[in-house]
Design a protein around this ligand. Sequence first.
Ligand code: CO
Length: 210
Amino acid sequence: MKAYEKLLLENKAWAQEMTESDPDFFKRLTNIQKPDFLWIGCSDSRVPADQITGTQPGEIFVQRNIANMVVHTDLNLLSVLEYAVLHLEVKHVIVCGHYGCGGIKAALSHHNMGILNKWLRNIKDVYRLHQEELENIPEEDKRVDRMVELNVEEQVMNLAKTSIIQAAWKHHHRPTLHGWVYGLNNGILKTISRIEPGTRLDHIYEYDDL
Ligand code: CO
């Protein structure tokens, strides 16, 4: 059997199992999705949003990219964010990084990664903001892990800087923004930051005509 054929076979078994344990499962999900959460995570295959949070299909709207970035020119991210906040009316947006992130490691290196350089540049910019703290950490692994935390915190702030989030805060008093980091070695999610609706930002980022 080819590797990909196993996936199709496993899918059949899964669909049958779900139907057996809950005959209306697919019927319920066919016509509506009303998730409370938007998850912005790393593409890393070891950090599956639903499995590590024990959530079922229909419960989390998911966007993943290298190193869980919120880049203000990323049309994909912004479309997902606007759809989730405006139309699905999610109550929480979670940015989830993970320790030992390859994207963060690559950004802290000096390798030319071709097209990836352009993505990793956004991470290098975060590094520069926190250069002093990071360069005082002698062990490379610890420096990477601290950078993972600082990057998550920064990406949560990038969410708050969007007019999408600011308008939703003003008119609907949601969503709450969360920054979490996942431990590959123990499976535990750690809270890094949280920004409640209505929190004031650095004034230069605030829109007053939303
Ligand atoms: Co990663």
